[in-house]
Design a protein around this ligand. Sequence first.
Ligand code: AOF
Ligand code: ZN
Length: 361
Amino acid sequence: MEVQAAFLLPDATGLTHEQAMRAALEYAAHGSRGATPLVGAVLLPPGSGPIVGFHAGAGTAHAEAASLDFAQANGVDTRGATMVVTLEPCSHTGRTGPCTQRIIDAGIAHTVIATADPNPAARGGADVLRAAGIAVTTGVLSAEAQALNSRWLQAVRAGRPFITCKIAQSIDGCSAAADGTSQWITGEEARSHAHGIRAKVDAIAVGIGTALADNPRLSARPETAAVTSQPIPVVIGRRPLPPESHLAQNPRTITAETIDEALTKLKAAGVEHLLVEGGPRLVGSFIGRGLADELLVYQAPVLLGDGLRSTTGLSVTTLLDAHAFTLDAASAAHPNPQVLGADVLLRLTPAEKGHHVHRNH
Ligand code: AOF
Ligand code: ZN
């Protein structure tokens, strides 16, 4: 469902900065995770009600810009207003222009920020605003704002892409039947949803085993689309690709023997969002190493008995070793779990350390 990325906050006049920040955090979760963080902004114009904006996902307007666009489209005077935002406004031109310049041009008097942006390309916005004579307050609900994007922040600090792992499986945790057949475990809607995820990432990785077995192209858009708008294919493993395979024929394919080597090469290629599609061993390795920032599970209502497990190689011998995840925030645009035809999608994020599965007290 399409949602408007900015609107007048109903029944909300005289908000404190903290209340406005809570609203900004709440609406930030309406965005979609990936190359960019979830960000919300609440504009408090002197002469009208609060206007909330959020960043819907990579390539769309930033939260501050969304709220200012709405104000300007509706004739709201932004001069002297306060901008309350969950992340330090960016100072760079990326997919969109610098939010600092939008804030300065709008005549904002005061900017209230929850947490700093560590991204080397975008950071430093607070100083830019101060230098322009705008009052800047930082640290309002910073713990909450950091928790909202804890995995994106970790990825940026580690200098690696944000990593989404995808699993399509039966209810008994298999991604293929015992004979290896796996084509249509999930239905049409789940498959087209998964294709939409492919279309928004910068790169798609598979293990060499999957590359050898399936000879995939790992493309996301029609073959007629510009080559550079396709995600970069990535193959990880120690065996070579056959020269006649689709991936070997693609000059953009990145190959690496190990996950670490792949992440280094991807960062150098400017990849900010990586999708790991399989097979079970590669997905298990990413999860086992704590590198799955987001886990998408497409769960089909079938049982495959002694089929092939959807992840392998995780050394879990006792419940305390379990890799625990929690359901990511839901919103009108992104219900979670989400029913897709006969299947169900779970959007998961790793549970914080110490938050474990203790079901039997
Ligand atoms: C903001 N407001 O709503 C977001 C910010 O490629 P771009 O132009 O979308 O820039 C992405 C970077 O900008 C992202 O990595 C992060 O550092 C920052 N995100 N900044 O002022 C927003 N989403
Ligand atoms: Zn920005």
